[in-house]
Design a protein around this ligand. Structure first.
Ligand SMILES: [Ca+2]
Ligand SMILES: [Ca+2]
Ligand SMILES: [Ca+2]
Length: 613
């Protein structure tokens, strides 16, 4: 949008022309008409107005020109999609006749280099905003350019009046506003040559692979029309009116992997050219036209007689010079942007194209040659120079993929060895390496450990993700129990019995074992079941049991009798009753000595013991 006097994005109202003398302007009269009325004069209000004005009064049969110019800052130097200038213009060509002219030119500059010009009011050559001679046009004007590469940083306005044969004119420009448009996206250029393959004649190519050849016809030798030239190092061109010498080139590039139509801004076919003549003459300046080939072809079988048909419409053309110097070598460029785009958006099949000379003259062996893809000078083979938008900047981090929580059983006091898979996929780079801490295969301690993973794409975007590894002990200890125990009663209360029950655990270094009754307890006469339990630090328990059998034996009771009765004769008598008498006789004997050799309690205990025998 142009907004005069209001600053908006990309819009600048240029500096008003400052008050002052004409010395602030660059002006350059040309071809002075000596002795005539002032021309090229800086007219009032030129010295105090915001307008630029150029005036030319005709001066008879001699032509004269008058320029004034001034530059305006364009703002930041950057390639632009477009730039437009709007201004109040007055193109007064009432006095201009014939090829006289009055114009305003707007040049966009980068440093000392102009990157493009637009003109207004050019009376002769049908410029876009034409003001015909003999008319006057006044109003608000708008002129612009597209694709201003080269970082234009300023605009130069030049007003020009040229007059011959008594014409005169005047042009005034005022109230300039500038629309800098959007910046041009960055572009990259790649060069693509026919291929794949060695391009040494052995590469027959396919329908889509790169290839090139030429055909040949002469009136004097029909054999030439049967020749295949697919492995020739040059592509020759003739188009003679007098002897039937004709030759065309056929080229096809495999563009299937190249930038898409939407991304391409320019495609130029680049051919290395030699011109000359076998008879010492050179061809005239010639126009070469590019036409689609409409059917598949084989570079190793194509001849003049079997040449494929081409579409009648001319897709591109270029006029190549006659250098005045046979043997002239140079690169020629043909803009085939539209042809390329039609292949890439598949609006047309890509059977390649033919190049031929459209102008015909009578010539004797004069030629243009282009280097073919079979030429040993690889850097001079046919190429497409493709300018396309740069790859969009990669600002997206890779997509991480990590496990959910991993639960693992501890295998030792150190924990467990845990392996896992973490991956990352990037929108640009594809699979990207992932680094995690702790690494897969590490030993994770009992408890929960957080694993943190990171992946960085080629553009430096980093993604991270984490997950937990929980190492647990759900395995109970292993309980080691004694076998069943037999003990002799040491009194009527039984016997104190000690035993050892132990436990080991895969994780915990030591595990306590609790037994009921405990080791060392008094076990009554008879059989008692001991129950043991071992519990590890994670609360897993194992249980087991064994029996303790306490028996009463004659020897044990006899030993007890001897320990209690100090008199050997008395003890022997009691023992005889025990061993050989009845329980009644034993009881009578005990009763007889109770209170003398035994306490009544000892006597009672011996009687209980004897009852088990
Ligand atoms: Ca070839
Ligand atoms: Ca990325
Ligand atoms: Ca355990």
């Amino acid at each position: 949008m142009f907004v005069s006097g209001v600053a908006e994005a990309n819009v600048q109202v240029l500096d008003p022309i400052p008050p002052g003398s004409a010395a602030t302007w660059t002006y350059a009269p040309h071809d002075p008409c000596v002795g005539t009325r002032t021309w090229g004069e800086v007219l009032s209000p030129f010295d105090g107005s915001s307008a630029i004005r150029a005036f030319m009064a005709g001066c008879g049969s001699t032509c004269g020109s008058y320029f004034v110019s001034k530059e305006f800052n364009f703002g930041s130097p950057v390639d632009r999609q477009s730039a437009k200038v709007e201004f109040d213009g007055d193109f007064d060509l009432l006095g201009v006749i014939s090829h006289n002219r009055a114009q305003a030119s707007f040049g966009f500059f980068s440093g000392a280099t102009d990157v493009g010009w637009v003109r207004v009011g050019y009376d002769r050559f049908g410029e876009a905003l034409n003001v015909p001679a003999g008319t006057r046009a006044t109003g608000r004007w708008q002129v612009g350019m597209t694709s201003l590469s080269g970082d234009p940083d300023r605009v130069r306005v030049i007003l020009h009046v040229r007059s011959c044969m008594g014409g005169n004119g005047q042009v005034t420009v005022d109230n300039l506003a500038l629309d800098g448009g959007e910046p041009l996206p960055p572009t990259t250029t790649l060069t693509f040559r026919p291929g794949p393959g060695a391009n040494n004649g052995s590469d027959e190519g396919s329908e889509t692979a790169g290839k090139d050849t030429w055909d040949w016809h002469t009136d004097d030798d029909p054999y030439r029309a049967t020749l295949n030239l697919g492995s020739h190092s040059l592509l020759a061109h003739w188009n003679s009116t007098c002897n039937g010498w004709h030759a065309r080139s056929y080229l096809q590039f495999d563009v299937s992997s190249l930038p898409t139509a939407a991304d391409v801004t320019s495609v130029k076919l680049k051919l290395y050219m030699k011109l000359g003549g076998s008879y010492g003459a050179e061809p005239p300046t010639s126009t070469f036209v590019v036409q689609r080939v409409t059917v598949p072809w084989n570079e190793m079988t194509l001849t003049w007689n079997t040449r494929p048909p081409v579409s009648p419409s001319v897709e591109a053309s270029v006029t190549l010079p006659s250098s005045g110097n046979p043997g002239f070598l140079n690169f020629a460029e043909i803009d085939i942007t539209n042809l390329y785009k039609s292949w890439r958006d598949e609006s047309q099949p890509n059977y390649g194209f033919a190049i031929s000379r459209s102008n015909a003259v009578c010539e004797n062996g004069n030629y243009y040659y282009f280097w073919s893809s079979d030429n040993e000078e690889a850097d001079k083979r046919p190429a497409l120079v493709i300018t396309h938008l740069a790859e969009p900047e990669d600002t997206t981090a890779p997509e991480m993929s990590v496990p959910n929580q991993i639960n693992a059983e501890a295998t030792s006091g150190a924990g467990a060895t845990v392996g896992y898979v973490a991956s990352a996929l990037d929108d640009v780079d594809g699979a990207v390496a992932v680094s995690c801490e702790p690494a897969s295969g590490s030993t994770f301690p009992l408890g929960t450990t957080t694993v943190t993973c990171e992946a960085t794409d080629a553009a430096g975007n980093t993604a991270s993700a984490s997950f937990d590894v929980a190492v647990v002990d759900t395995t109970p200890p292993v309980l080691t129990m004694p076998g069943d125990v037999t003990a002799a009663a040491t009194g009527a209360g039984g016997a104190a019995v000690s035993f050892s029950a132990t436990a080991s655990d895969s994780v915990d270094a030591s595990v306590d074992v609790a037994c009921v009754p405990a080791s060392g307890s008094m076990f009554p006469i008879g059989t008692t079941t001991v129950s043991c339990t071992a519990t590890d630090d994670s609360g897993n328990s194992a249980a087991g049991s064994f029996s303790v059998q306490v028996n009463v034996t004659l020897d044990a009771v006899e030993a007890l009798i001897r320990s209690w009765i100090s008199n050997g004769g008395v003890a022997n008598s009691v023992i005889v009753k025990l061993r050989h008498g009845s329980l009644g006789a034993f009881e009578n004997e005990l009763r007889a000595i109770s209170g003398k050799w035994l306490t009544p309690a000892q006597a009672a205990e011996l009687l209980v013991l004897a009852s088990y025998l």
